[in-house]
Design a protein around this ligand. Structure first.
Ligand SMILES: Cc1cc2nc3c(=O)[nH]c(=O)nc-3n(C[C@H](O)[C@H](O)[C@H](O)COP(=O)(O)O)c2cc1C
Length: 376
């Protein structure tokens, strides 16, 4: 790394100070749901998977992790609302921290992106609304009709996020990332296509963002702003969750985040989540939010080595989160350093519940001198 840097500065591999954390590079593991946490309890194989992707001074964001028994929308996703789950996370966090990486837990509630089968007692999933998501013809997924949360139930959701954050810190995570993206519960309140409420959590932009803001405020009070990041996707239109004015929505949220001095980061997803393989142009629609936010800004969605270097060099983002490329390349920062070929990801095993296939078995790059130790 030192010799390489003398020859060529690779922007993604330059150090960065994020709050109290000294990052040695800017290649972040994006949160990736992997559906291998049986009974919502993270398993020992996750320690192998995450520590494979850990580097000294690297930032890893763990997969979306449920804040309560009603938070699940996919089979075998991890939770962090019971003591058993907290205890199960501890050795995983330890394995990552032993490698010197910074590990953040993404805390999550799916809201209506769920089915009765995944809910306690077969109940309806909860949401801002009782409008059902239209069935996804491509994947064959049909989500159940949700139940609109009563006004007096909303504070319970805030409390679930607060407790999950405390549990995550107790499990040893360095920080939490509030999942405010991709059409899940917080976005179901934020976006006007799926918030049809008439109480103080519906109607105006301020009202629609109220739940997300209350969650941020409560989590900051619980664990401190320096341990709180958030992921937002104002432009993304996943699971029928769209806003008629995503720029205003993003701006409003950034203003609310700026009230918390020292907030760890704001992580945003580019206007279209990449759905096609191969090259494409990243729209770079996040620039207004990057400029308005006072702290560390992470961009994600469709980045490769070249795009990542470009946006870091231009100051468009401080850090770049990689999803599918990091999933398939446990040594992604090292491969970027060497500028070598990448493993291809296998979409068919993204969410399969088998712990072995497509999980911890993606190969590391074999260096000719036999020294396959990370130097970034
Ligand atoms: C298998 C898979 C699981 C994902 N799980 C999550 C998740 O748990 N939380 C989240 O915020 N985004 C999730 N995403 C979105 C990724 O974090 C990322 O934003 C997306 O893959 C686009 O980035 P990429 O082009 O680098 O893959 C997931 C994506 C994939 C492919």
């Amino acid at each position: 790394m030192v010799q390489q840097a003398a020859k060529e500065v690779i922007p993604l591999l330059t150090p960065y100070k994020m709050g109290q954390f000294e990052l040695s590079h800017r290649v972040v593991l994006a949160p990736l749901t992997r559906c291998r946490s049986y009974g919502n309890v993270p398993q020992p194989h996750a320690a192998v998977y995450y520590s494979q992707r850990a580097t000294r001074g690297g930032l890893l964001i763990a997969e979306a992790t449920g804040v309560s028994a009603t938070a699940q929308g996919y089979p075998e996703t991890p939770g962090i609302w019971t003591q058993e789950q907290v205890e199960a996370w501890k050795p995983i966090v330890d394995a990552v921290r032993r490698k010197g990486a910074i590990f953040v837990c993404q805390i999550w509630h799916v809201g209506r992106v769920s089915t009765n089968e995944l809910q306690p007692n077969g109940d309806a999933p909860i949401s801002s609304t009782d409008k059902q998501i239209s069935p996804d013809a491509e994947s064959g997924t049909a989500y159940s009709k949700p139940r609109r949360l009563r006004t007096d139930e909303v504070s319970g959701i805030v409390d679930d996020f607060r407790r999950a954050a405390r549990n995550a810190i107790q499990a040893g995570f360095d920080a939490v990332e509030i999942h405010g993206a991709h059409g899940y519960l917080l976005e179901q309140f934020m976006k006007d296509s799926c918030n049809d409420r008439t109480d103080q959590y519906g109607g105006s932009l301020e009202n629609r963002c109220r739940l997300a803001v209350e969650v941020v405020d409560a989590v900051v009070r619980e664990v401190g702003a320096r341990r709180v990041g958030i992921r937002l996707s104002p432009f993304v239109d996943f699971v029928d969750c769209v806003d008629s004015d995503p720029v205003a929505l993003g701006h409003y949220m950034v203003q609310q985040l700026n009230r918390h001095s020292g907030l760890l980061y704001c992580h945003m997803v580019e206007p279209r989540m990449a759905t096609v393989d191969g090259r494409r142009q990243i729209p770079h629609g996040l620039l207004p939010f990057r400029k308005a936010f006072h702290g560390t800004f992470i961009a994600a969605g469709g980045y490769d080595r070249e795009d990542g270097n470009k946006v870091v060099a231009e100051g468009y983002a401080d850090l770049v989160a990689y999803g599918r490329l990091f999933l398939a390349n446990p040594d992604l920062p090292r491969r970027f350093e060497l500028d070598v070929a990448l493993n291809k990801y296998d979409r068919s095993t993204f969410y399969t519940q088998d712990p072995i296939v497509g999980y911890t078995d993606y190969p590391f790059f074999e260096e000719e001198d036999g020294k396959n130790e990370e130097s970034v």
